[in-house]
Design a binder for this molecule. Structure first.
Ligand SMILES: [Zn+2]
Length: 491
C-alpha cells in the first residue's frame, strides 16, 4: 500500500491563514515524515510544524471551529467508519484539532473545505477503520521464564521504562487505546499520564492500578519464602479480606489514580500457588468492591476462570468478566441479564499452553493450570459468542508479547465469530465497556481521530489487521507506509 501526503494550496483565500503555505509545501516529499513527528495530542500538529512558519501559534481557547486548528484530509479507499455497519468506498475523513470533523463522500481537496493548508493523506488503496482497543493488557510487564525473579530484582523505575517500549509497540500495532488491568503501584498511572501529556509515544491508557485480591489469592504475593514475602508486604494495599477492607482497597486504588477497578474473583493460571482456578472472593467481598467502585464512578473488571467465580462476580454486578474460561449456562444467562461484557483473552490461553509445552518454563503448579484452562477458554468463548453474550476484545498482552495483540482476531474468528463481529468487539464494544464511546470506537464527527489503515479487507481475511500500515492517534500520525514516523516529545 502506498501512502503519499500532499498539500494542495487553494487559490481561494480562506480565513487569515495561521500558517503560511511554505509550511504546507514543505510537507511534500521526503521531509514529510519528519514533520509528522507528532506528539500524542492534537495541538502537537501545530507545534511541530511551527519551525516551518512564522505565523504565531495560538495557545488559548480556539476561535470558530470551522477554520481553526490543523486540518488533515484522509482519502480512504474503503472506510469502515462504524464497525457493524457496511463499509463504503471513496470517502474523505476531515480531521481537525485531533477530532473527526466530518466524513464526506468522494476525495475532497483542501480547496473544497476552504482550508488551503490542509494536509492530504492518501489511503486510496487501503482499508481504513477506527483505531483498535484492547480491553485487557498489562502494559509494564511481559512474561518470561525469569518473571518471578524479576519481580524482586527490578525496581518500578525499570519496569516503567519497559512499559514505554511496550506502549510504543502496542500503538504501532494499531491499538490506539488500551486498558491496563494490573500493574505495580503507580507505574501504569505514570505511563498513562506521560502518554497523555505527549512526552511518551503510546496508546491512550486507562489503568486499574493494582488488581484487588484476597490473601493468598491471585494477585497476592505468592511463591516466595517467608522473608521475601514479609519484605514485599508493604505493597499489599490491593489485598483485602472481608467487605470493609475491600471497600478500603478500592478507595486506595482510586486515590492512587485508577480509572477502573480490577479484581480477581477466582484463582489464576500464573499465580505461584496450587490453589486451582475456583472462586476465591466471597460474595460480600465482591459486592463491596463493585458498590464502592461504582459509587466512585469506576467500572469493575473481574478476572474469573471457574464458573462459580464468574457467576458470583456477575451477580455482584461487575462490568466485565475477563477470561471466563469455564463459563456455563448460568453464566450465559447472567451475562445476558446484566449486560456485562466477556473479555475472552484467547491469545493468553494459547500462549500459556505453548509455554507449558516447553520444558523448564513453568513451575508444576502453573503448568497444570495452563494446560487445562487454555483449551477451555476457546471452547467456552465459542459457546458464549453463539449465545450472543456481549464481547469486548482483550488479549492479556504481557502474557503474550506486546505488539502482537491483533493475533487475537484470528482466534476469535476460528471460534466462530464473524470478522465484522470481531472488529466490532475491538472498537464499538470495547469503547462501550471502557466508558469512552463518546470519543472512541467509531469514526464519527466529534470523536477522536484515532484511525488506522491496512492493506486488503479484514472483513475477508481478519489477519490483515496483524499488519497495520497507518496509525493516527488523536490527529497525530505515528505510522505511515508501515514505518513509524519520528516522534518529538512535548514539554
Ligand atoms: Zn491479565
Amino acid at each position: 500500500m502506498s501512502t503519499v501526503m500532499s498539500a494542495v494550496p487553494s487559490p481561494v483565500p480562506a480565513a487569515p491563514p495561521r500558517r503560511r503555505f511554505r509550511g504546507s509545501r514543505l510537507l511534500a516529499g521526503a521531509a514529510l515524515a519528519g514533520l509528522l513527528a507528532l506528539a500524542g495530542t492534537p495541538s502537537a500538529l501545530a507545534q511541530t510544524t511551527a519551525p516551518q512558519t512564522t505565523a504565531p501559534q495560538s495557545t488559548g481557547p480556539q476561535p470558530p471551529p470551522a477554520l481553526s486548528g490543523p486540518v488533515t484530509l484522509i482519502h480512504a479507499g474503503t472506510l469502515l467508519a462504524v464497525p457493524g455497519e457496511k463499509p463504503v468506498t471513496q470517502q474523505t475523513i476531515v480531521v481537525r484539532d485531533g477530532k473527526v470533523a466530518e466524513i464526506r463522500a468522494g476525495f475532497a481537496q483542501p480547496a473544497d473545505i476552504q482550508t488551503p493548508d490542509a494536509q492530504v493523506v492518501d489511503l486510496r488503496d487501503a482499508f481504513v477503520l477506527p483505531g483498535l482497543i484492547d480491553s485487557h493488557v498489562h502494559i509494564i510487564f511481559e512474561l518470561g521464564p525469569d518473571s518471578q525473579l524479576r519481580s524482586v530484582t527490578d525496581d518500578p523505575e525499570r519496569s516503567i521504562l519497559d512499559g514505554t517500549v511496550f506502549a510504543e509497540r502496542t500503538l504501532m500495532a494499531g491499538f490506539t487505546t488500551v486498558r491496563d488491568v494490573g500493574s505495580s503501584a503507580r507505574t501504569g498511572v505514570a505511563l498513562r499520564d506521560a502518554i497523555a501529556a505527549g512526552k511518551v509515544r503510546g496508546p491512550t491508557l486507562l489503568v486499574a492500578g493494582q488488581g484487588l485480591a484476597v490473601t493468598a489469592g491471585h494477585g497476592d504475593i505468592n511463591g516466595f519464602n517467608e522473608k521475601v514475602t514479609e519484605a514485599l508486604s508493604d505493597s499489599r494495599i490491593n489485598v483485602c479480606d472481608g467487605s470493609d477492607t475491600c471497600r478500603q482497597a478500592v478507595r486506595e486504588q482510586v486515590r492512587r489514580g485508577a480509572d477502573l477497578i480490577k479484581l480477581s474473583a477466582t484463582g489464576g493460571v500464573l499465580s505461584q500457588i496450587a490453589a486451582g482456578t475456583g472462586q476465591q472472593m466471597f460474595d460480600d467481598e465482591l459486592r463491596s468492591i463493585v458498590e464502592t467502585a461504582h459509587l466512585m464512578g469506576r467500572k469493575v473488571a473481574a478476572h474469573a476462570h471457574a464458573a462459580d467465580g464468574i457467576n458470583a462476580a456477575l451477580r455482584a454486578g461487575v462490568d466485565s468478566v475477563e477470561h471466563g474460561s469455564y463459563l456455563d449456562d448460568e453464566s450465559i444467562r447472567l451475562f445476558r441479564q446484566t449486560g456485562a461484557y466477556l473479555v475472552p483473552t484467547l491469545l493468553a490461553g494459547k500462549t500459556v499452553v505453548d509455554m507449558a509445552n516447553r520444558p523448564g518454563v513453568m513451575s508444576p503448579a502453573v503448568k497444570r493450570k495452563a494446560l487445562t484452562v487454555g483449551p477451555m477458554m476457546q471452547r467456552n468463548f465459542a459457546r458464549a459468542a453463539k449465545a450472543e453474550v456481549k464481547i469486548a476484545f482483550g488479549t492479556d498482552s504481557g502474557v503474550s508479547a506486546h505488539g502482537i495483540n491483533a493475533q487475537e482476531f484470528k482466534l476469535m474468528v476460528e471460534a466462530g465469530l464473524s470478522p465484522m463481529d470481531a472488529i466490532r468487539a475491538a472498537t464499538v464494544n470495547a469503547a462501550d465497556l471502557l466508558g469512552i464511546a463518546d470519543r472512541a470506537g467509531s469514526l464519527e464527527p466529534g470523536k477522536d481521530a484515532d484511525i488506522i489503515a491496512v492493506s486488503g479487507s479484514p472483513l475477508e481475511n481478519v489477519t490483515a489487521l496483524e499488519t497495520v500500515d497507518f496509525v493516527m492517534r488523536r490527529g497525530a500520525v505515528h505510522k505511515m507506509d508501515g514505518r513509524r514516523t519520528p516522534f518529538e516529545p512535548k514539554g
